[in-house]
Design a protein around this ligand. Sequence first.
Ligand SMILES: [Zn+2]
Length: 303
Amino acid sequence: MAGVRLARSNRPSPKPESRPKMMNATYAWPDGKRCVAAFSIDFDGETPYLWRSRHTQPNTLGELEQRAFGPRQGIYRILEMLSRLDIRSSFFIPGVIAEKYPAAVEAIAKEGHEIGLHGYLHERVDELSKEQVEESIIRGKQALEKVIGPRTMGFRSPSWEMTADTFELLQRHGIPYDSSMMGYDHPYWIEGLPEVPVQWLLDDAIFYRYTGGGAGNPPLNPNTVIDTWQQEFEGIKRYGGLFLLTVHCWISGRGSRIIALERLLSQLKNDPDVWWATCGEVAEYHAKQYAGQFRETLGGRTP
Ligand SMILES: [Zn+2]
């Protein structure tokens, strides 16, 4: 035992510069706020099902009708809740939804919410050629602009998958930011674009999505989900990050879920330490304040 102690005491103590860095640079928010909260809606409706079954074209109606609940009812409940709470949000919408449900998209724009791109038919970009991704960006934007008029729109990738080609195309088409990646829990740069990061823990689908057939776990109780989000919010507040919640109207528009959601958003809205912003406002802040910081290449690969 004595020998061990002697050996340890003879070791040179580590120089300060060789110690691991314990903290990354912290991210500062406007007006001394400790963190930012943003609420986003991926207004998918039936499109992920239509994309998934585009080659097989099944004659089943169950999932289609379940999803249509979103554009028929869920969306209006979410809009009504946001109006009550006075929260401006970011809606990412596939072009097909604008074609099929123009009144819902008009209602979103009329309430002053941000509208962003979410593909044309909710295409997964990793299943497309570069030309097809470009076509989905152009068609998606045209379909939305037909309803809400021309405007600059950010991008959220369907299914939150991305490719290097897609980042390049977004820049080519003047898309000001992306919101599909999870490399930090505050904004950063990736492939030359501001990234407003999402995360699976703050997505309603992983807790609630259930489309029958006995596959998958039954949906969780809304109180459990809200507790989980509340805890993540406390963590993000401690470290000064971005609390970006993502819901789907066909999932979170259901009665018990929206009641629980309103409870959480109301509490966050009244928290004086929180800066509330849309995804577009967060991206703009990042581009201005952090032009030279938090720059990454895809997956840490060297360009
Ligand atoms: Zn989606």
